[in-house]
Design a protein around this ligand. Structure first.
Ligand code: ADP
Ligand code: DP6
Ligand code: CO
Length: 363
């Protein structure tokens, strides 16, 4: 390794930023826990990069004694299988890197001997049902791939991010993304593809209603494991319902058909939470405030000629509301302000940036 005979002081660094994604047809349940292979296809929308996102800096230096990671400023262990899978898969694809300014030359083979330090920061609540694992692992894999000069395309990288957290495979792309469950036992065909880019349907406005930023009691990983073990409704959902729904959702997205998009999104969110209730012991991710938001959206949609808003809730109480356009988003915020009056400090900041991209209701 050129450079290491001088001083062992060089550091190479890459920083990446990745938005989170919210599923409109949910992934819930694995057929393989280690490789993270799902029981059904899923479809998501990737948020605007200025919205909820993860920023990750990865660095490498001969002076690093071991791989280490800090999440939101606190050191976390990398010993878990998921981090190890991502690091192993990226290292296996690493290529030569040359930094002439620093006089550093790293050959393919060197990467297995070098250690990395990772610092990651989420600009939104971690482990609260806003898909931090999705943005987090997608960003980690992307940043490591850049650092190690990995030549794989986004879909191939998505199959690696998937091994960190299933939902992460969809955050490698913007716009609407499908995670194809795949058939192979080794997971090689379980990856994400882009259905439509971010410009395809740019009338939509996404508003996140933060009901609680507290960490959820049941992680997505253990929640879906319990569901697979105990829910018969999940079997029916995965085999009979989702395959047809995926086709309809693809069509709705292709045609920018908001009525169909909204109906499918809301129904799928509700069925996912029904499957959680069908788990033994039952898992409650939504709370009374979440239910109130559903009622407000349903009532409003039914009072109009066609739906104005779609709602979806991941594994947590926080609402993701997708308004059909800017006008509908303004009316939606007015409704939220009416039903959940904020304190005056919050109100000022909402009004300065109207319509806001997130709206804090609880906490
Ligand atoms: P969420 O609904 O936020 O995705 P999960 O239970 O699915 O919640 O995942 C939370 C876990 O994801 C965290 O405990 C952590 O292990 C991992 N995670 C969150 N953010 C990051 C990040 N920026 N980088 C790497 N891993 C992360
Ligand atoms: C409800 O991807 O967080 O958000 O694969 O175990 O890390 P692991 O789970 P995760 O589960 C996401 C579940 C969901 C729906 C979705 O994003 O499709
Ligand atoms: Co998650």
């Amino acid at each position: 390794m050129a450079g290491d005979s001088q001083q062992q002081s060089w550091v190479l660094m890459v920083t990446a930023q990745t938005p989170t994604n919210i599923a409109v047809i949910k992934y819930w349940g694995k057929r393989d826990e280690t490789l993270i292979l799902p029981v059904n296809d899923s479809i998501s929308v990737t948020l605007d990069p200025n919205h909820l996102c993860t920023t990750t800096t990865v660095s490498v230096s001969p002076s690093f004694q071991q791989d280490r990671m800090w999440l939101n400023g606190k050191e976390i262990s990398l010993s878990g299988g998921r981090f190890q899978s991502c690091l192993r898969e990226i290292r296996a694809r690493a290529c030569d890197v040359e930094d002439n300014k620093k006089g550093v030359k790293i050959s393919k083979e060197d990467w297995s001997k070098l250690h990395v330090h990772i610092a990651s920061y989420n600009n939104f609540p971690t482990a609260a049902g806003l898909a931090s694992s999705a943005a987090g692992f997608a960003c980690l894999v992307y940043a490591l791939g850049k650092l190690m000069n990995v030549k794989e395309d986004e879909s191939q990288l998505s199959a690696i991010a998937r091994q960190g957290s299933g939902s992460a495979c969809r955050s490698l792309f913007g716009g609407f993304v499908k995670w194809i469950m795949g058939k192979e036992e080794n997971g090689s065909d379980s990856l994400a593809v882009q259905l439509a880019d971010e410009k395809h349907w740019d009338d939509l406005v996404i508003v996140i209603a933060v009901v609680s930023s507290r960490q959820k009691e049941t992680s997505s990983t253990s929640g879906m494991r319990e569901t697979v073990e105990t829910s018969l409704l999940l079997q029916h959902r995965a085999k009979e319902i989702v395959p047809k729904r995926i086709l309809k959702m693809e069509e709705a997205i292709r045609n920018r058909d908001f009525a169909s998009f909204s109906q499918l999104t809301c129904t799928d969110s509700n069925q996912f939470h029904a499957v959680c209730l069908d788990t033994s012991p039952p898992i409650f991710y939504m709370n009374d405030t979440s239910h109130k938001i559903i009622s407000i959206a349903e009532k409003w949609n039914r009072s109009e000629e066609s739906p104005q808003v779609a709602y979806t809730f991941d594994a947590g109480p926080n609402a993701v509301l997708i308004a059909r356009n800017r006008k509908a988003a303004t009316l939606l915020i007015q409704r939220l302000l009416y039903y959940f009056p904020p304190n005056s400090d919050d109100l000022d900041s909402y009004l300065q940036n109207f319509p806001p991209s997130s709206y804090i209701i609880g906490d």
